[in-house]
Design a protein around this ligand. Structure first.
Ligand code: NOJ
Length: 535
């Protein structure tokens, strides 16, 4: 086991800092708030915390528009608070991962202000182009958040490119100074003790030099994101990206045992390239495919098979079930029993799992009234269900007012379910989702078979998906029933002792052993998943 890194053995927990814990009653979560909740995270049993951006920002995209890379936004605290967070996390043996946003900055960043001046030395730090010969933007590219990806700048009489909001101009990574200065930013935080970065929107880092028009997407339909009307052939996932990732990795490798994680929504074959040549790219290119795969045994088993088969030799897998850009898991999979099954899947697959805050409680998307909308995406493209506020609401700590998140008015509404779905209530209930997460996290920690063992598919039988995790002689069998009907485990399965079930009603005692050769057969209940020891 010792030959594995912490980021291979462990589990990552994503914190959306605005929504985790407020310490100064302004309705916005902050770093001292996170420090005050470290004991909870330690108790829960996660390994590393990844914080969405904490840097000074006008908050046009809630921190993904940075105007100073080497400081902390006053809403979140100070650099001293940050240092304390690192220290307190490390004291509990928790790692700290920051968001690194290389694709763009805020339009309020001093670099961009300077770049707007036509002959300034920073002119080529961003992507400036003349309009098309007949007028209008240089090409047909679209912003992810709606509208064209080009904005005309009166001051410099040219267009600048932004893959996201106009307030998020894209940096030009072909400029050597941009690479240099962004590497310096990484070192600034690595020197302060961070254990890694989650690199934002890496597939958007480089664009076609000739700025060719993107082709139409034949699969686009009304109701889908307007940005998807075009295929991003020339504006995303360009081959030059890989050498730039390798450059970031070289910076990480100047330090001991840090992790580099990449955010890229790409098909599996394209994603694999982000491990880099000789695995010198990302340690973990985020695997988001569970977020979009139909929730049934056949589709999930096929995904795992395809992903496992595509991994380059020596590459470490990973799985993500939720984040601050997607609907809450429970809304996606249909209900609490499905969410329990999903937890069991996530924490027993081979590869590093990433949990999104509140998923361990079963937090749901919170309905957001039109006047409460904060997310710029929903504001720009309303009514299509693209808004991300519902999954970013305050963490539900207790039955106290505002769920114990803040004494002020929270920046987003607190769930109406918070009196029931919260840490205080669930930590006292053995049958809660929180108790299940904690059990699974403990088991994963205690069983090398789960954290670093091999994976073998044992079968997909109607609604059942069965696989085995092995480490030396130790063998664990995982069986998941995605259907609502009970199913006996197939006869070929070995004798088993259930260690954990996602079904709170099943007692994990000796009576639940499944003796395949003669005696009691193990019957999985509807929507039940189990982790069992092969006897
Ligand atoms: C991906 C982030 O996860 C998302 O929240 C953000 O809006 C975009 N990148 C732009 O930075």
């Amino acid at each position: 086991m010792t030959e594995h890194h912490w980021w291979q053995r462990g589990v990552i927990y994503q914190i959306y800092p605005r929504s985790f814990q407020d310490s100064n009653d302004d309705g916005i979560g902050d770093l001292p708030g996170i420090v005050s909740r470290l004991d909870y995270l330690d108790w829960l049993g996660v390994t590393a915390l990844w914080l969405s951006p904490i840097y000074p920002s006008p908050m046009a995209d809630f921190g993904y528009d940075i105007c100073d890379h080497e400081n902390v936004d006053p809403r979140f605290g100070t650099l001293a608070d940050f240092d304390r967070l690192v220290q307190e996390a490390h004291r509990r043996d928790l790692k700290l991962i920051l968001d690194f946003v290389p694709n763009h900055t805020s339009d309020q960043h001093p670099w961009f202000r300077e770049s707007r001046i036509p002959h300034s030395p920073k002119r080529d730090w961003y992507i400036w182009r003349d309009g098309a010969p007949g007028g209008g933007p240089p090409n047909n590219w679209l912003s992810e958040f709606g509208g064209p990806a080009w904005t005309f700048d009166e001051a410099s009489a040219r267009y600048y490119y932004h893959a996201y909001l106009p307030q998020q101009p894209d940096l030009n990574w072909r400029a050597p100074q941009v690479q240099h200065v962004m590497h310096r930013v990484m070192r600034f935080w690595l020197d302060r003790g961070v254990d890694g970065f989650r690199v934002d929107a890496i597939h958007m880092l480089v664009e076609d030099e000739q700025l060719r028009d993107n082709p139409l997407n034949p699969a686009w339909r009304r109701g889908m994101s307007p940005a998807r009307a075009l295929l991003r052939r020339y504006s995303a996932d360009q081959p030059e990206t890989h050498q730039l990732v390798a450059g970031m990795r070289r910076v990480m490798d100047e330090y001991e045992d840090r992790v580099l994680i990449g955010e890229a929504y790409l098909p599996i074959d394209r994603l694999m390239l982000y491990y880099g040549e000789s695995l010198l790219g990302f340690h973990l290119p985020f695997n988001f495919h569970l977020l979009s795969t139909p929730w049934n045994a056949t589709a999930i088993a096929a995904l795992v098979r395809q992903y496992e088969a595509a991994l380059p030799v020596g590459a470490w897998p990973n799985w993500v079930l939720g984040n601050h850009d997607r609907s809450r898991l429970i809304n996606r999979v249909g209900g609490i029993r499905q969410a329990r099954l999903a937890a069991l899947l996530l924490l027993t697959l081979r590869g590093t799992p990433t949990l999104y805050y509140g998923e361990e409680l079963g937090m749901r998307d919170v309905p957001i009234a039109p006047e409460q909308v904060q997310d710029p995406w929903e504001k720009n493209v309303p009514g299509l269900g693209l808004g991300r506020d519902p999954c970013r609401t305050p963490m539900q700590w207790s039955s106290a007012p505002r769920a114990g998140f803040s004494s002020g008015v929270p920046w987003l509404p607190v769930s109406a379910e918070s009196g029931r779905v919260n840490v205080e209530v669930e930590s006292q209930d053995e049958a809660s989702l929180l108790a299940l997460y904690r059990k699974l996290l403990r088991l994963r920690h205690a069983e090398p078979a789960l954290s670093v063992g091999t994976y073998r598919e044992r079968g997909v039988d109607r609604e059942l998906f069965i696989y085995e995790r092995r480490y030396g002689p130790r063998c664990l069998m995982i069986a998941l029933n995605f259907g609502t009907n009970a199913h006996p485990l197939p006869r070929s399965a070995a004798a088993l002792r259930v260690l954990v079930s996602s079904d709170a009603a099943r007692a994990a005692d000796g009576r639940e052993d499944g003796r395949m050769n003669g005696r009691v057969d193990l019957v999985l209940r509807g929507l039940e998943g189990i982790v069992a020891l092969c006897l």
